[in-house]
Design a protein around this ligand. Structure first.
Ligand code: ADP
Ligand code: MG
Length: 233
């Protein structure tokens, strides 16, 4: 069985006449260690799909199996446990806790895990050692996103889900953040899914998925992976 199995997932919003179908029967699978890009225009269902895989939203039909566990069949408490134990989430706008330093922001997430990564090593590999006592408002967007990746990563998650992680960053900073994600995928072996509407980013991944109007219109293997730092867009 694959690490992630998604079978005929469906999701809609609204009642009666206002009902819209947003995910229309999506099936795919990822192997452990895959680095996948999820592409598609705005409104195509990328965030909804990622949130379903991450247990942030329930689906209306179908199954999502992560590492042998059907998360669509879990109770709310069990889904919460799955998110805490197995998952890292990274969002476009960092979602850091403003009153905590870099170090503390990461530390609170370390407590969610029985086997967190060593904090000092992680701060160094994120390039945040010198920034560790700063508050989010004292840092650039790229540094804040590094901290957010640290929060996601310190739990040593099996699956790292990233929703437009470079959407608010300039080109050069985006490349550096993507290079960091590449390193995370390689060094820590976690499976990564990056949502983006930038086709160029997909060239660094070994799997490319594309949503259009709630349907998966491309699901392919990328044989010619390009290192993040040499991407151009
Ligand atoms: P993407 O991330 O690809 O831009 P989304 O998954 O955010 O797309 O949204 C897909 C569609 O679902 C859009 O039409 C959006 O308006 C709708 N949608 C998303 N979340 C909700 C919600 N909570 N309630 C109603 N409609 C929603
Ligand atoms: Mg989105």
């Amino acid at each position: 069985m694959a690490f992630l199995e998604v079978a005929d997932v469906r999701k809609g919003y609204g009642e009666g006449d206002a009902h819209i179908e947003v995910i229309k029967g999506v099936s795919t699978s990822l192997e452990k260690g895959d680095f996948a890009s999820l592409l598609g225009p705005s409104g195509s269902g990328k965030s909804t799909f990622l949130n379903i895989v991450g247990g942030l939203e329930p689906c209306d039909g179908g199954r999502v199996v992560v590492d042998g566990v059907d998360i669509t069949g879990l109770s709310d408490r069990e889904v919460g446990e799955y998110r805490r134990a197995e998952l890292g989430f990274v969002f476009q706008f960092y979602n850091l806790i403003p009153d905590l330093t870099v170090c503390e922001n990461i530390e609170v997430c370390a407590h969610l895990s029985e086997d967190p990564l060593p904090l000092d090593d992680l701060l160094r590999s994120l390039g945040l050692w010198d920034q560790r006592r700063k508050f989010p408002r004292q840092m650039s967007g790229g540094q804040q996103q590094r901290c957010a990746i640290g929060r996601a990563l310190v739990k040593n998650p099996k699956l790292l889900l990233c929703d437009e992680p470079t959407g608010a960053l300039d080109y050069q900073t985006s490349l550096e953040i993507l290079a960091l994600m590449e390193e995370v995928n390689r060094e820590y072996g976690c499976t990564v899914v990056v949502v983006t509407h930038n086709d160029a980013i997909a060239r660094m991944s070994n799997r490319i998925m594309r949503l259009h109007d709630g349907m998966l219109v491309e699901d392919s293997v990328n044989e010619e992976r390009v290192p993040a730092l040499s991407l151009e867009w």
